[in-house]
Design a protein around this ligand. Structure first.
Ligand code: NAD
Length: 428
């Protein structure tokens, strides 16, 4: 989704170019990695319930699969663009590489508004998407997953279509399936918990007791709810969150300086992570304009809603008390704002490291599906903790050793791993 002039693909390429220069990457490898290797753009005709036929535009982008099958979600959104899908596919390559899972980067999408489609129309759209790319995706070359406005129901329709076309059972084709139908336990918690595992390690490293810290977040959806839960279980205090109010069609920040009661707040949160401001007021929350979430005097900020939120216009509002920003969302900080954070010495846990818990658990789902053997939730979460902790430590160690900003250190690790894979394969 583009917000005004913001172009996520340019954002992703600018980040790549900067680090390619830093690691003195050769020109051919730069060319290969700064754009997707393969893109599929296609039309999906869908028979609507009223007897008409509508034509939707779909995409699948495989940025790089040198380290393993491409991996990435499928978004259904009216403002979806090819450039958004390209950027997200590229970020997936770095994300899988930084947590060292044997997968590449992909992303898909359809320009549509699923909220205006019936269930049967959505099913035909999902099946139509798979028919267009069935030969180019699959457990061994590209593994899709849910993303913005797609869910486990869509994944199962897609799996069923893929299996019908290829004749067999291939549960490793897609992740985000319902538990009991090939899904993994722990996937719901994975991204939010992963964000907190990295915060826990950052605080340990800085000698700060999590019990003496407070946080403010943007979002109260899947990522932020589970991040808030685990962070509070470990002793921290979330004092504020910001989310959408469907009645007012705008976002607000909700503040309780004694700490959010997550169960209570969940009880007034809709399926999409929206909160009705009057219900929050009734529960005693102070309500402020949306931007107040990043103006709080807290130790930690967790942007976990949207891209393009910490910008040159908003970065100056961040309190001097803030020590850590853990990016739960993809692309919440623009390159200009990043420069300011660097100069201020704020410790940033970059998106493709902080929120990699989701894809790591999706990888676990794929492993379980391919083996047709499913693990207990504790086993999934402890494997997730090990992966996230070791990825955080590798990036943090490199950042310290070479005096690098955390985002740059994470990029250096990812880009070097992918560059090494394309070289070892003899592609360059
Ligand atoms: P979600 O849809 O469950 O929640 C989104 C939250 O953002 C909701 O609380 C919503 O009210 C809020 N929001 C929407 N518009 C807003 C606005 N204008 N201002 C403030 N708040 C607004 O989404 P999610 O799954 O929690 O994902 C959040 C972010 O994390 C996205 O950037 C997503 O790409 C990224 N991410 C998610 C996962 C995952 O596993 N869910 C994995 C990696 C990255």
């Amino acid at each position: 989704m583009n917000n005004g002039a913001y172009n996520p693909y340019q954002h992703a390429q600018a980040q790549f170019d900067q680090v390619a220069e830093l690691v003195k990457l050769d020109e051919t490898t730069r060319q290969l990695l700064r754009q997707p290797m393969r893109e599929y753009h296609f039309l999906i005709p869908v028979h609507m319930d009223d007897g008409s036929t509508k034509v939707f535009r779909g995409f699948r982008v495989q940025h790089n699969d040198a380290r393993g099958p491409a991996k990435g979600g499928i978004r259904f959104h009216p403002q979806e663009t090819a450039d958004t899908v390209r950027a997200l596919a590229m970020w997936m390559t770095w994300k899988c590489a930084v947590v060292d899972i044997p997968l590449g980067g992909g992303k898909g999408g359809v320009i549509c508004d699923p909220r205006s489609l019936t269930d049967s129309e959505q099913e035909r759209l999902c099946r139509g998407w798979v028919r267009q790319v069935a030969k180019n995706v699959g457990p061994w070359n590209d593994v899709p997953a849910p993303d913005v406005m797609t869910n486990s129901k869509h994944m199962l329709w897609m799996l069923d279509e893929f299996e019908t076309i290829h004749g067999g059972r291939f549960p490793g084709f897609i992740t985000g399936k319902p538990v009991g139908m090939g899904g993994s336990l722990g996937r719901t918690e994975a991204t939010g918990y992963g964000v907190v595992y990295t915060i826990r390690e950052a605080l340990n490293d800085q000698g700060i007791d999590i019990k003496n810290t407070s946080a403010s977040m943007q979002g109260f959806g899947n990522v932020s709810q589970y991040a808030a839960r685990l962070y509070q279980e470990l002793g921290g205090t979330v004092i504020s969150t910001c989310c959408w109010d469907n009645n007012d069609s705008k976002a607000y920040a909700y503040v309780n300086r004694n700490g959010l009661d997550i169960d209570q707040l969940c009880s007034i949160t809709d399926l999409y992570g929206g909160i009705d401001k009057t219900k929050a007021q009734d529960l005693g929350y102070e309500v402020y304009p949306a931007r107040a979430w990043l103006e709080q005097d807290v130790d930690i900020l967790i942007p976990a809603a949207l891209e393009n939120q910490i910008t040159k216009d908003t970065v100056g509002k961040i309190s001097p008390k803030v020590k850590i920003i853990a990016e739960g969302a993809n692309g919440p900080t623009t390159p200009e704002a990043d420069e300011v954070l660097k100069q201020r010495g704020i410790f940033v846990i970059p998106d493709f490291l902080a929120n990699a818990g989701g894809v790591t658990c999706s990888y676990f789902e794929q492993v379980q599906s391919n083996a047709n053997f499913y693990w207990e939730k504790d086993e999934v979460l402890s494997k997730l903790d090990i992966k996230m902790t070791s990825a955080f430590k590798a990036v943090n160690d490199l950042a310290k050793r070479n005096n690098l900003y955390m985002r740059d250190a994470a990029y250096v690790i990812s880009i070097n791993r992918v560059a090494q894979a394309v070289k070892m394969r003899g592609w360059v």
